[in-house]
Design a protein around this ligand. Structure first.
Ligand SMILES: NC(=O)c1ccc[n+]([C@@H]2O[C@H](COP(=O)([O-])OP(=O)(O)OC[C@H]3O[C@@H](n4cnc5c(N)ncnc54)[C@H](O)[C@@H]3O)[C@@H](O)[C@H]2O)c1
Length: 453
């Protein structure tokens, strides 16, 4: 063990002793020194959880006390990796409540599939933990409201994993637009035109050894184990295809684009109405979530659209060179771009550090700013806010409004491609009882979000 790792371990142990003496909860309620230690618990060590945890582990005075995973093998392997990184092994947990009950833990990273995001976050907030929760932060509109209530009631820091909120170029895009240089913004076109493939149903199977399937399902209805529902990697064709666990491609990458678009135009509230066409058009198979969606959000004084696909191989996410801030994407075939049309100029804005360019006719560029991958900044911002007790960049209220664009569009599609009118104040539709019935989900026994958080 290196001298640094040995020192980390000693510091961790002395903190544990302080917690036993009842001191740590007090520490977590006040602003701390800029470099005071932060103890984290990871909930869900899948592809994203591991990558985010590795990023946090590289920050000064940030340590992991837990790896909580319902897939025993995954949890074991990642705890071992973290041992090599930080000099001592995080504890293993199957039940996230064990992590929430531990007074040493300051904050948790909720890196599960979407159907667990709200329940896990709210339980953590109730236990006094700060939370970093991946996008899409909720599966329903009601979950978002409850998450906001819990953050404010327990005075916790919750960072939604919409990392573009920490991208300086996203904020400068808004400054530019706010200055009026585009003229009046009349239309915002969002694109999430990504590739996909067919989904093949598979027979139910015995639960794989080491997987707690009941806990994986959590709030979702109980179904026998099926690899076509469960597996995400390597095919990417598992839980994202079922409404019980995810809002589909729109909730996945699409939610980032919608959130960045909202940021760049000054974070409008809810749209007045939504209309979504689409379905399983490229691959008319038995999955539930669509592979093509074309959406219109009517905000009254401007219109926002979103084209979201899971079947287009020739449009691509931004390259590594773009993400490093060295160049701009080739916009027409950039899969995750936003086009903001003003009455005088238009702006291209890219996800993944795509930056922005303002153009007029003949592709003449008038102004621009390069971008770069905002993930590291977003992680750093979370840790800073844990120490300062300030609201983070991915603040819950905006996370909720952006997530609602996903939920509203999916509900429009699911009730028959109907234009739905939304009462922003009450967060209900005014013309569809069927859609209103899906603003909330009941949650399985033992996995319900209470009415009063
Ligand atoms: N912000 C981004 O850019 C970004 C990128 C990729 C993924 N994501 C998001 O991250 C989340 C995870 O995605 P992924 O690709 O890693 O999925 P994944 O299925 O590979 O991993 C999720 C992990 O959570 C575990 N899990 C499920 N229920 C659990 C529970 N109750 N307790 C503990 N562990 C549990 C699973 O066993 C699995 O290992 C998703 O919401 C996804 O949308 C965000």
């Amino acid at each position: 063990m290196s001298a640094r790792k040995a020192m980390n371990r000693r510091r961790f142990m002395s903190r544990t002793a302080a917690a036993v003496a009842g001191l740590s909860m007090t520490a977590s309620m006040r602003a701390r020194g800029a470099n005071e230690k932060v103890v984290l618990g990871l909930i869900g060590a899948g592809g994203r959880g591991k990558s985010v945890a590795r990023g946090f582990a590289g920050l000064d005075n940030v340590e992991f006390k837990y790896v909580c995973e319902v897939n025993d093998l995954r949890g074991h392997d990642f705890a071992k990796e973290m041992k090599d990184r930080q000099g001592y092994a995080p504890q293993r947990a199957l039940d996230m409540r064990e992590v929430f009950d531990d007074k040493d833990v300051d904050a948790v990273l909720v890196m599960t599939p979407e159907h667990w995001h709200a329940l896990a976050s709210i339980r953590a907030l109730q236990a006094g933990k700060d939370v970093y929760v991946e996008k899409c932060p909720t599966l329903t509109v009601d979950e978002g409201r409850k998450m906001i209530q819990a953050v404010r009631k327990y005075k916790r820091v919750l960072q939604v994993g919409t990392q573009n909120r920490s991208a300086p170029y996203g904020h400068s895009a808004w400054e530019y637009i706010k200055s009026g240089k585009l003229g009046k913004v009349v239309e915002v076109k969002c694109y999430n035109t990504l590739n996909g493939g067919p989904w093949s149903p598979k027979p139910d199977q015995p639960v794989p050894k080491g997987l707690d399937w009941d806990r994986w399902l959590g709030p979702a209805p109980y179904v026998p184990y099926n690899p076509g529902r469960h597996a995400m990697a390597p095919s990417g064709r598992g839980w994202q295809q079922h409404w019980d666990y995810c809002g589909g491609k729109l909730a996945d990458d699409g939610s980032h684009v919608l959130d960045l678009a909202r940021l760049a135009i000054g974070d409008p509230g809810h749209p007045k109405s939504v209309l979504c066409a689409g379905g399983r058009i490229a691959y008319p198979d038995e999955r539930e979530t669509p592979d093509v969606q074309s959406i219109i959000y009517d905000y009254g004084d401007f219109v926002m659209t979103m084209d979201c696909t899971d079947c287009i191989p020739y449009n691509k996410k931004s390259s590594t060179a773009v993400r490093k801030g060295d160049r701009f994407p080739y916009w027409p075939q950039n899969a995750t771009r936003i086009e903001i049309y003003g009455t005088e100029r238009m702006m291209y804005l890219g996800r993944h550090g795509g930056g922005w360019q303002v153009m007029v006719q003949d592709a003449k560029v008038l102004d621009f700013e390069y971008g770069y991958d905002p993930n590291p900044l977003h992680r750093r911002n979370f840790i800073e806010c844990i120490r300062s007790r300030k609201d983070p960049n991915g603040v819950v209220e905006q996370g909720h409004l952006s997530a609602c664009l996903v939920h509203l569009a999916n509900l429009s599609l699911r009730v028959g491609k109907k234009q739905l009118h939304f009462d922003a104040q009450r967060e209900v539709f005014t013309n569809s009882d069927q859609a209103n019935a899906m603003l909330k989900r009941p949650g399985r026994k033992h996995y319900r979000i209470p009415d009063e958080v």
